[in-house]
Ligand binder design. Structure first.
Ligand SMILES: [Zn+2]
Length: 245
């Protein structure tokens, strides 16, 4: 049985806020999956930073839309969702949506951000997940972002002479303590999001170009309600937690 994630101190000894980072492929991925946990961590005092790997430019099948325009729309929607949740910063890496690969270039970009923001915990997608039930093929961008994020955390961010050019930018090695994998088939940790599920709904609704407001509410309450029943609380999110020792 999975364990409830422990609430720990969000402030360093000197009173400075600790940072947590969410790395996802697309604008809206966090809101579909982990935004209840994000909002809870914000309430607990963590500084949250989002990293969105792609530009979201393939997120429309409307013949009257263009990739450039939908990218701008989705950029604004992600900023609005972050504002609702209390996420302090959103970094857009703007790789082309739909064809993301776990390249060394992406790994270097993520390593740079991990060394710059020094998160103690990073949430990313489980790159081993190919299917969701028998209903959905996992988008390859999700797996690519998850894989690049994992290898940026370890070994790249923590190993001095991997991407030595980052040292030239003044970015010293940083060790992430824990990874929370979302969308995993092997959950071992859950977070009670009962107090933040409606913030998650509101943040998901900010992605107006991607999701119907009614569906956003029904999907979130149903899905996270189901997970809540599994763990004996009204609403939950679940993860596989990697503790790096
Ligand atoms: Zn996505």
């Amino acid at each position: 049985m999975a364990e409830e994630a422990k609430t720990v101190q969000a402030l360093k000894a000197d009173g400075e806020q600790e940072t947590r980072m969410v790395i996802m492929a697309h604008p809206d991925d966090s809101e579909f999956t982990v935004a209840g946990t994000v909002a809870r961590w914000v309430k607990e005092g963590w500084r949250l930073v989002y990293v969105i790997c792609t530009d979201g430019s393939r997120g429309s099948n409307d013949p009257g839309m263009t990739p450039e325009r939908i990218a701008i729309v989705r950029h604004a929607e992600q900023q609005e969702a972050a504002r609702i949740l209390g996420v302090q910063e959103v970094v857009f890496l703007a790789y082309e949506d739909g064809t993301l690969e776990p390249t060394l270039e992406l790994r270097r970009d993520l390593t740079r951000l991990i060394r710059r923001y020094k998160p103690d915990v990073v949430i990313c997608a489980d790159p081993t997940r190919y299917f969701h039930r028998n209903l959905y093929v996992n988008h390859p961008d999700h797996r690519a972002a998850g894989e690049a994020a994992l290898y940026a955390i370890f070994p790249s961010a923590v190993t001095r002479f991997i991407f030595p050019e980052l040292l030239g930018e003044g970015l010293e090695p940083h060790k992430v303590q824990e990874i929370y994998l979302s969308g995993t088939l092997e959950p071992d940790t859950w977070v009670d999001i009962t107090d933040t599920v409606e913030l998650k709904v509101a943040a998901l609704r900010a992605h107006r170009s991607q999701v119907d407001p009614e569906y956003a509410a029904t999907r979130t309450r149903q899905w996270n309600g189901e997970l809540g029943r599994k763990y004996g609380v009204p609403f939950a999110e679940e993860f596989r937690r990697i503790v790096l020792r």
